[in-house]
Design a protein around this ligand. Structure first.
Ligand code: PLP
Length: 399
């Protein structure tokens, strides 16, 4: 924003707003928007100019100061990008039409033919599919590593390793990667790191401050927070973002619309507030489940029994409310349990107001297959959710 209407009286001397709460709530007034307290929806594809000279100047700096075309730089989307960059502590953010559009653009901005990727073996499924399978046809090879071990990343690195792709915590088994250690190793071999930070949100984890190069989010989840839009974002330093914006953003064209950006912005206003509630409710439900006889193990980085709880406390300042349990009960029984839950809906995705449940069969570290139930704890009263889980489980025993 170029011209700010400062409130009178020493506002220029005020310290930078610090907490996520303040960053999200506080906007300087921008006279271009008539002092509107929320960003208007710029529902236009193109921007027109008064002179040819202005037009040519704008085209020179289309993704900087000027607005030319909404596939490049729409003011409503740009406003959301500035907020997200500020929250992550990054120089630049670019929003995309989905989390996968952001992830694929970020990966493509780093690798080319003949390059090698190291990817956490528990990263989001479609991200693994993109790197491990799709990119093969362009001569990019991917090795999947046990991301929880910094040694495993080192052991699998090759001279042509260009990218280390992390997701911490992972979103089915909730394993962490040591961001500072993996980031430092990547720097030592001249590789770039990308992390999927969707679970913790910038409110609870800021990987750029720990030495990671690029952060991606599925905005679809907590950031928008109301299960009413799909979006993604890449955040990082100008040195990496500039070419990503010029190439993968402009050429693949997977943009976010102004309408979506305005909807996301409305959700973002309450992100820290919602995260506090998700954190406390998620921990309460997880603690309750950790005492149940049908639960073999609860996978929640916020519980002291999580094998990486210490690391979690070191690199995150709070916890999301998506977690899983491992159970020795039969898969069909777990699915029937899910069916009988009242407040937990059966469905993919997460991060909205509503609690969700899915059932999975996944390999664990030893290679054995185990049964998992993944819960997303929404904004309902956690005691209602606990009663729901207990009642539905008890009803299965009566038969
Ligand atoms: C949902 C999700 C994605 C993909 O985001 P979309 O918006 O669905 O494309 C990526 N990473 C994680 C961890 C997710 O949960």
């Amino acid at each position: 924003m170029t011209s700010h209407n400062r409130k009178s009286g020493g506002v220029n001397d005020a310290p930078e707003p610090e907490s996520a709460y303040t960053k999200i709530a506080y906007d300087p007034l921008d006279t271009r928007h008539y002092g509107a307290v929320s960003m208007p929806v710029y529902q236009n594809s193109l921007f027109a100019f008064e002179s040819y000279a202005q037009f040519e100047q704008a085209i020179q700096d289309e993704n900087g100061q000027f607005h030319v075309y909404s596939r490049g730089n729409n003011p409503t989307v740009e406003y959301l990008e500035r907020k997200l960059a500020e929250l992550e502590g990054g120089e630049r953010a670019k929003c995309f039409g989905s989390g996968m559009a952001a992830i694929s653009a970020a990966v493509l901005s780093v690798v080319g033919q003949g390059d090698h990727i190291l990817c956490s073996n528990q990263a989001y499924g479609p991200a693994r599919e993109f790197m491990g399978n799709y990119l093969k046809r362009f001569g990019v090879e991917t090795t999947f590593v046990d991301g929880s071990s910094p040694e495993a990343w080192k052991a699998e690195a090759r001279p042509n390793t260009k990218l280390l792709y992390l997701e911490s915590p992972t979103s089915l088994q909730f394993e962490l990667q040591d961001l500072a250690a993996v980031g430092a190793f990547a720097k030592s071999i001249g590789a770039v790191t990308i992390i999927d930070n969707t679970w913790a949100t910038p409110v609870y984890q800021q990987p750029l401050r720990l030495g990671i190069d690029l952060v991606v989010h599925s905005i679809t989840k907590y950031i928008s927070g109301h299960s009413d839009c799909v979006g993604g974002v890449v955040i990082g330093p100008n040195r990496l973002m500039e070419s990503l914006i010029r190439s993968e953003y402009m050429l693949l064209g997977g943009i976010m619309t102004a309408q979506t950006a305005a909807t996301v912005m409305r959700g973002l206003r309450t992100l820290p507030l919602r995260m506090e509630r998700h954190q406390s409710s998620g921990l309460k439900v997880a603690r309750h489940l950790s005492g149940r006889p049908y639960v073999r193990q609860v996978n929640h980085p916020g519980l002291p029994e999580h094998p990486q709880h210490e690391l979690a406390l070191r690199q995150m300042s709070g916890f999301g409310s998506l977690f899983s349990i491992q159970s020795d009960e039969p898969l069909d029984k777990l699915k029937e349990w899910a069916t009988r839950l009242r407040y937990f809906k059966i469905g993919v995705s997460w991060g909205g107001f509503e609690s969700l449940v899915t059932v999975h069969r996944l390999p664990v570290r030893s290679g054995e297959m185990r049964n998992f139930v993944r819960f997303f704890v929404g904004l309902e009263n956690p005691d209602d959710l606990i009663r729901d889980l207990d009642d539905a489980w008890a009803s299965l025993q009566d038969e």
